[in-house]
Design a protein around this ligand. Structure first.
Ligand code: BGC
Length: 735
């Protein structure tokens, strides 16, 4: 246990010994992923690495070129979208502890994740790195994840703080939103990460918030983070998110990182020394940053202060990577992340024993995804693709045939630039990815592939299509133009389900895609997010009934025609700033979160807009019956209790989702909101009583007028459901 008082005294002593130049070296990048230490005093450099899906490969210190090492291959973890689809706090914790242990094993001090921005629109290119559209689900998963990371003497760096909901002009988009939307939707995840999980570092976002760049915002970093949340950890900038020396020096940001190699020219490098020397910035601001960094180093057991000297702490955990235990946990996350969206006529599960031959179609069946997506890319030790997963599950007595059906390279798009990060700060007017469906000229190659797949589909009883997106679409730095499937997959899937009505359609994507062209015709649809190194094993196990699916959507799948924030430029991606605005803010676009708190299901429910698959939806091979809901209250909590029985033929998990809404819904409140969930394992025929406590505090809403949280004294409905739409039990209470 670190003695806080002594630690603070030690920090003061160290501070006295440091020169201005030495302090400055500690507060900015001197390599793409590290700060400089102070050798003279034994202060080490702080080493960081991306990211949310595993520890990124090494880069050269001063060039965005892979170092070419062989020892930086690591475990590839399921994406945050996958983790969220498990609705399993324990698995979020395990994923975190893998990240932390591997980061430490690779010698890192800070792992740049988890990414927890709210999925405001499915168009955002980085959605696969984020959990959900719902702030409660985000908060519940981020806490165990960060605790898991930090058990390993490694700091989490929860990102990107805040309202970083799009990639279009990500550095130059100003976000305006109501205080209520900020407090109720966009901050809760970060607050949980800081207050509950005690994230040791946090990353400031690229965008502007109310006219000021997030990394220089005294409102965001000062008033909210430091003062309201009492944060004494380290605030790190996103790479290149700092723009003004004096502003950032005076702001609570501690470390400036960037993507350029002119480390001495960073705002918080030589330019800051000049500003201190000419009196425009007081050294006290720098001291505060150094204090926070030294505190972080002590908390991470990097250093200790003994007999007036800094020493390397001998007790620091060493970490480990690529362990069999990590792979096992990664497989379990992947299994629970697979979401069965539709399964008419019980097409699934396939019976392995009566399977002589299977046809697998689609590029995603054979494509590895680890090495893509932007800074979340991973040099995976290995990645089991769905095709490999299926073949290895079935063994040598089954004939498994593969037909591509479509091929991304035919369409000549995407981002194959290995050095993309070096250019990633440039404004890009065209930074959306077109799904290319409107190409009128269909290439011969595409037609040939499709015709072959459709012809074969008629000859097989078991046909599995594996398609969806890849990291040309789910990628950092660009949004999607729409949510349709690329590479003319809609045409292919329509023809496949016509040729063989039992075709199982598996779609991989980092957030909602449009399935409206074939959703009604396809009997069986499976969704799985970027699912880590054992993703193919997990998918095969679900398809062949070795695992009963239990994933649920952590976001709504809308119909393309319904609102995905596409039709109002002011709301998304933002309108061009006026000349007057240009005078006062460093932005190209400005946008207003006009929907306020009505994000995701809160929006679709309020305006009664039908969706393709609702938030929280996911089927099982078995069925569950809910009964006997009862509600007790104590001073602080609403205690919900109900029975859930497995009434089908498979053992399995069910996630009971608890929503709360006013009985007479007021104009400015959502119909209902997720306030609790519990994932329970039930054997065939088994019944369990599920208890879920909801703190009454969680029903408060932010009153914009008097800037206060208020609990409305009224009647509420407590809903227990298998999804936000499939409500099985409810009860009215009066508070
Ligand atoms: C991304 C961050 C990432 C950083 C370092 C930035 O472009 O936005 O999420 O951690 O690069 O690679």
């Amino acid at each position: 246990m670190v003695d806080t008082q002594n630690m603070e005294m030690d920090i003061e002593k160290i501070l006295e010994e440091l020169t201005l130049e030495e302090k400055i070296k500690m507060i900015h990048g001197c390599g793409l992923f590290k700060t400089e230490g102070v050798k003279r005093l034994n202060i080490p450099s702080l080493k960081m690495s991306d990211g949310p899906m595993g520890v990124r490969a090494e880069f050269k210190n001063d060039e965005w070129t892979p170092a070419g090492n062989s020892e930086d291959a690591v475990s590839y973890c399921p994406s945050n979208t996958a983790i969220a689809s498990t609705w399993n706090r324990e698995l979020a914790g395990k994923a975190g502890s893998i990240l932390g242990e591997e980061a430490r094993g690779r010698g890192k001090d800070v792992i740049l994740g988890p990414g927890i921005n709210i999925k405001r629109t499915p168009l955002c290119g980085r959605n696969f790195e984020y959990y959900s559209e719902d702030p409660y689900l985000v908060s519940e998963l981020v806490v165990p994840c960060i605790e898991g990371i930090q058990q390993n003497d490694v700091a989490a760096c929860v990102k990107h703080f805040a309202v970083n909901g799009q990639e279009t002009e990500r550095l130059w988009v100003n976000v305006e939103l109501s205080e209520r939307a900020l407090r109720e939707i966009y901050l809760p995840g970060f607050k949980a990460a800081i207050k509950k999980a005690k994230s040791k570092t946090i990353m400031g976002a690229y965008n502007l918030f109310r006219g000021i760049h997030c990394c220089e915002s005294s409102e965001l970093l000062g008033d909210i983070l430091r003062k309201e949340w009492n944060y004494d950890g380290v605030i790190i900038s996103d790479w290149g998110a700092v723009h003004d020396t004096v502003a950032v020096a005076k702001s609570p940001l501690d470390i400036e990182m960037s993507i350029t190699y002119n480390f001495d020219e960073y705002c918080m490098a030589n330019p800051l020394i000049d500003k201190i020397k000419d009196g425009s910035v007081d050294i006290k601001y720098v001291d505060e940053k150094v204090r926070n960094i030294l505190r972080l180093m002590m908390r991470l057991n990097m250093i200790e202060y003994k007999d007036g000297r800094i020493e390397k702490c001998k007790d620091r955990k060493a970490g480990s990577y690529n362990t069999p235990e990590h792979r096992q946990d990664i497989l379990e996350v992947a299994r629970q992340a697979v979401v069965l969206l539709k399964n008419n006529d019980h097409v699934l599960p396939f019976n392995k024993k009566d399977t002589d031959k299977v046809l697998v179609i689609g590029e995603n069946a054979i494509k590895a995804h680890a090495n893509g997506g932007g800074s979340a890319e991973i040099k995976a030790l290995y990645e089991i693709t769905p095709f490999l997963g299926i073949v290895k599950l079935l063994g040598g007595n089954t004939e498994v045939t593969f037909a591509k059906g479509y091929e991304s390279s035919v369409y000549d798009e995407g981002n194959n630039d290995v050095n993309w990060q070096a250019d990633s700060l440039k404004s890009n007017e065209e930074n959306v990815t077109d799904t290319c469906n409107d190409k009128s000229e269909e290439s011969c190659k595409a037609r040939e592939l499709r015709e072959e797949a459709v012809r074969l589909a008629k000859e097989y009883d078991k046909v599995i299509f594996v398609g969806g997106l890849n990291h040309d679409y789910d990628i950092e730095g660009r949004d999607k133009k729409d949510i349709r499937l690329p590479y003319e997959q809609d045409v292919l899937i329509k023809e496949l389900v016509k040729a063989n009505e039992n075709t199982v359609v598996c779609i991989m994507a980092g957030s909602a895609v449009d399935m409206s062209e074939w959703q009604n015709e396809a009997k069986t649809i499976v969704y799985y997010p970027y699912n880590g190194m054992e993703g193919g094993t997990a998918l095969a196990q679900v398809l062949f009934g070795e695992v009963n699916p239990s994933g649920k959507l952590a976001e709504t799948f809308p119909y393309e025609s319904s609102r995905i924030l596409k039709n109002d430029e002011e709301a998304y991606p933002g309108r061009k700033v006026t000349d007057e605005e240009k005078q006062r803010m460093n932005a190209i676009l400005t946008q207003e979160y006009k929907e306020g708190i009505f994000v995701g299901y809160r929006y679709y429910e309020k305006y009664n807009i039908p969706v393709a698959f609702p938030f929280g939806h996911g089927l099982s091979y078995t069925t569950f019956k809910y009964s006997d809901i009862s509600i007790q209250e104590d001073e602080k909590n609403i205690l919900v209790e109900l029975k859930v029985k497995n009434t089908g033929d498979f053992d399995g998990y069910e996630t009971v989702e608890i929503y709360v809404g006013e009985r007479n819904i007021s104009e400015d409140n959502p119909v209902k909101e997720l306030k609790g969930f519990e994932k329970v394992w039930l054997k065939k025929g088994e019944e369990k009583t599920v208890h879920i406590d909801i703190a009454k505090d969680m029903l408060i809403h932010y009153n914009e007028q008097n800037r206060r949280w208020e609990l409305k004294n009224t009647e509420y409905i407590i809903y227990a459901g298998s999804s936000s739409k499939d409500i099985r039990q409810s009860k009215v209470i009066t508070l």
